[in-house]
Ligand binder design. Sequence first.
Ligand code: HPA
Length: 277
Amino acid sequence: MAEYYGKDRAAEIVRNIKETIKFETPHIGFILGSGWGHVAKNLEHAQTVSYQSIGMPPCGVAGHEGNLIFGKLSGVPVVLVQGRYHLYEGRDIAETVLPVCVVKELGASSVVLTNAAGGINAAYEVGDLMFLSDHINLTGRNPLIGVKATDEYPIFIDMSSVYDREMRMALETASSRKGVNAHRGVYMQVLGPSFETPAEIRAFRSMGADAVGMSTVCEAVFARYLRLKVAGISCITNMAAGMTAGQIKHEDVLEESKKREVKFSALLREFVREYVK
Ligand code: HPA
């Protein structure tokens, strides 16, 4: 049996889930970021297990529930991971990628990472989506540090095309069908939890970032190590620091994504229909 880093812990969690519910092997795992929780309401035959009941650490951030939800989207078995672990909570990086490990261990072949982000590209507007074409890791961390490479799971992984083209095309088709304004862009992960300064945002723009947030990149790195297909979606909940008057508040970030959650869950249903044909 091929071993990857984190497999033992994820396998134990999956055993605990199997003792609690019966479910079909999910095709896609969705890691739901701030304000993306509504997707769960659209799931057919939904079954929910709480993180605590299956040995996963509880979540600590408002907007992050701490549930795994199994069911179908457009008739396709999926799992929703409702609740992220963030580096800014002081979590170990291994813990922040645990949901990705669990998605892998459940047998899914693809993962969709969703998040809330600040728009850096001046052409973006609050409420737009950005489908990740690439990323910049500004955290100074990497989830593969200290991981022992094996023949099957090397650590010097190629990162020239992290985000799956087919998944992105399915997302783009779905967004035009659903009338959702969407862009293709580069996401930058910072550590947080403080938001950025205007000078940082100017620097990030010159580095090539279109949006900034506090998650996703390290998860995408780990997902590629696990050879999962990866897509990333940012909801632009605010324009980044210095781009508009006023302050950036976490509550506003949640509220902006909440306003559009019904539309976004319709988009994800359409995406699944388009991607798994
Ligand atoms: N910066 C960092 N993270 C974020 C932002 C932001 O402006 N908005 C939502 N998450």
